[in-house]
Design a protein around this ligand. Sequence first.
Ligand code: AQP
Length: 336
Amino acid sequence: MVKKNQKLVFSGVQPTGNLHLGNYLGAMKNFVDLQKTMSCIYCVVDLHAITTFKNPTELRGNILDTTAGFLACGLDFNKSIIFNQSSVSGHSELSWILNCVSRVGWMNRMTQFKEKAGKNKENASVGLYVYPNLMAADILLYKATHVPVGDDQKQHLELARDIAQKFNNDFKSVNFFPLPEPLIQKKLSRVMSLRDGTKKMSKSDDSNYSRIDLKDTKDEIRKKIKKAKTDSSPIPEKVSDLSNRPEALNLLNIYSFLTNSNLEGTLNLMQGKDFSKFKEALSDVIISSICPIGEEINKLKKDKSYLIKILKEGTLKASEIASKNLKEVKEIVGFV
Ligand code: AQP
C-alpha cells in the first residue's frame, strides 16, 4: 500500500501495436530506472486504445504484447504494479467526474486531438476528444506525484495538473489531488519518424519504414536504417549546422543517446563522414540495444497464461489503491 505523501510514479502505454524505439527511449527506459528508487504503477492503457476503432482480436493480442514488452524492457512486477486499465473500473468512473471538472476550452487546445483527428474531426470519436481527461483520471486515481512520459504528452500532463487544481478549488479540498510532475527525458525527449524528421515516430504511422519496432530482426533494422531519409550533405562539424536538417538530427540524436554520448561527441566522431557509413554504425548500436528485448518479447508472448497472471496480480494491487481514493472522491463530490 502506498503511504501518505509518498512519491508515486504512474505511466501508461497504449496497446495499439508493436512498441517502437520512440516508446523505448522516450518512456520505457525511464520507467525502468524509476522503479529502482520510487513506487511505480505502469498500466497498459487499453481504454485509450479504443478511442479509434480496434479489431477486438488484435486488441487482445496487443494487450499481451505490450505486457510482454514491459517485462522485456526490464519492468519488474515484484517492484512495480503492472496491470491493464480496463480491469480497474475506477479509471472510467473518475474519468466521468473529471469530464465534469475539465472545460471544453481546455480540450480545444489539445494539439494531439487535432493531429489524430486530422481533417475529419467531426467524425472522430468523442472518446478521442476527451482522451486527456481519461489520462488525468489515470494519474489522479492513484494520487500519483510523478509521470514519466515522452515530450509529446507534456500538454496532456499540464492539463492533468489544471484539472487537479480545479477539482481541489471547486470542492474546497486543499491538496486533495497532488499536482503531478512530468518526468521527461532531457537528452532525447522525442524520437522522430525515419521517413519525416518533423513527425514523431508512431505505432499508427502507415509506413513500417517510419519506425524501428522492438521486435524487428537485425536484418529489418539494417534495412530500415538504410532506407531512413537523410540529405546529401555529409555529417557536419557543429550542432548549429543541423538546424535545418531534421532527419539527420534525429539519426544523430538516436546514436548519441544509445552510445551514452551527446550530439557534440557524436559530431566529433562522425564529422565529414557520409550518411551511408554512419548508418552502418547506427544500425549496430540499435541492434545491440533492441534485439535482446525483441527476443525476450517473442519468448514471453508464447506463455499467454503467465502474462495474464501478471496482469491479474497487478489489478488486485492497483484496485486496492484506486478504490480507497475513489471512495474519498465520491464523498467530496457529494455522492451518497
Ligand atoms: N516518438 C516518440 N518519442 C518519444 N517518446 C514517445 N512516446 C511515444 N512516441 C514517442 C512515449 O511513449 C509512451 C507511450 O506512448 P503511447 O503508446 O501510449 O501513445 P503515443 O504517444 O500516442 O504513442 P504512439 O506510438 O504515437 O502510438 P499511437 O500511434 O497508437 O498513437 C508515452 O509516454 C509517449 O510519450
